[in-house]
Design a protein around this ligand. Structure first.
Ligand SMILES: [Zn+2]
Length: 309
């Protein structure tokens, strides 16, 4: 959800928004994080030993502080937690000062929170849930161009291509089957409660219009369809992306007037026709259209009226 929301923000929120630059930076970070996790997941798929994988586990501890674990892999004899870092440059893990120092190729030095402490924090919460079960944490560096210059000797930190060998090594060490994979999986999934991002924008903070999915420029509306003046793409349903973004950023329901403003459509009758797929909700004197979560994959049952291109 977080990545999807940031994508919607960068596509749809006005560049004049005071935090716009921050949002573009967050989107770049989220994209890097996701591709780093994909790299690790690729190596996990090579496992032939029975296991269960939980990705992006998110839960609150008893003190209502949030834990976000990139990967939990459950084996019959132990549980493994991976914290994935997708960063290039030279990485120096300084345990005493609890920091990760990164020296970029251009010489810039940056400080990041210590991922070892993040892992230790997760393990402190998981250990009481699984007493007598070994829980092993590791930091995985998913960027092939990163160089680990120093690390504490007793904590596993390695590149993604070592994930498989690291697991094999632990499977040799811990051989006693003590966990029911499905029960342990169900136990952890029952804790999972993803962060709910508040809808924090107003219609006035958004860019108006329907944008071409190829060129990202504003499309022209006429005769019931949206047309891109640059690539000539014609799409009767291009406004669905705008509705989807509105749902993520502002509200799950929209009035005809708000829709006209959002999509820059002058005729409320044309708007009514464009919104005919959505169910109508009455709230006092206002009529709203409910925007379904799956609007982008909605099955439009209009015979002889198929999507153009
Ligand atoms: Zn176009």
């Amino acid at each position: 959800m977080r990545l999807q929301q940031l994508e919607a923000i960068v596509r749809r929120v006005s560049e004049l928004h005071p935090n716009y630059l921050y949002f573009t930076e967050q989107l770049a970070l989220a994209n890097a994080g996701t591709s780093g996790e994909e790299e690790v997941y690729f190596h996990l798929q090579e496992l032939t030993t029975p296991h269960r994988i939980i990705r992006n586990m998110s839960f609150l501890n008893d003190a209502q502080h949030r834990h976000e674990i990139d990967f939990i892999v459950i084996f019959p004899s132990f549980i493994m937690c991976f914290e994935v870092k997708n960063m290039a440059g030279q990485l120096h893990f300084d345990l005493e000062a609890s920091q990760l120092i990164r020296t970029r190729a251009d010489g810039v030095i940056e400080r990041f929170p210590n991922p070892i402490e993040q892992i230790n924090r997760h393990m402190r919460v998981l250990s009481p849930l699984f007493p007598n079960i070994p829980i092993i944490g590791a930091v995985v560096i998913a960027n092939r161009r990163a160089i680990i210059t120093s690390k504490p000797p007793d904590f596993p930190i390695f590149h993604a291509d070592y994930v498989h060998s690291f697991i094999e090594k632990n499977l040799m060490q811990y051989t006693e089957s003590i966990l029911d994979l499905d029960k342990a999986y169900a136990r952890l999934i029952s804790l999972h409660s993803p962060r709910k991002e508040p809808l924090s924008f107003t219609l006035e903070q958004l860019k108006y219009g329907v944008f071409c999915k190829k060129c990202a420029i504003k499309m022209h509306f006429g005769r019931g369809k949206f047309i891109c003046t640059r690539c000539q793409l014609q799409d009767k349903y291009a406004h669905f992306q705008a509705l989807h973004d509105f749902r993520i950023l502002v509200d799950t329901k929209i009035t005809n007037q708000q829709f006209c403003q959002l999509c820059d459509i002058s005729s409320r009758h044309a708007a009514k026709r464009l919104l005919r797929f959505l169910s109508i909700k009455q709230r006092g004197k206002y009529t709203y259209y409910a925007i379904p979560e799956q609007i982008l994959t909605m099955n439009l049952d209009e015979s002889n009226d198929s999507l153009m291109r």
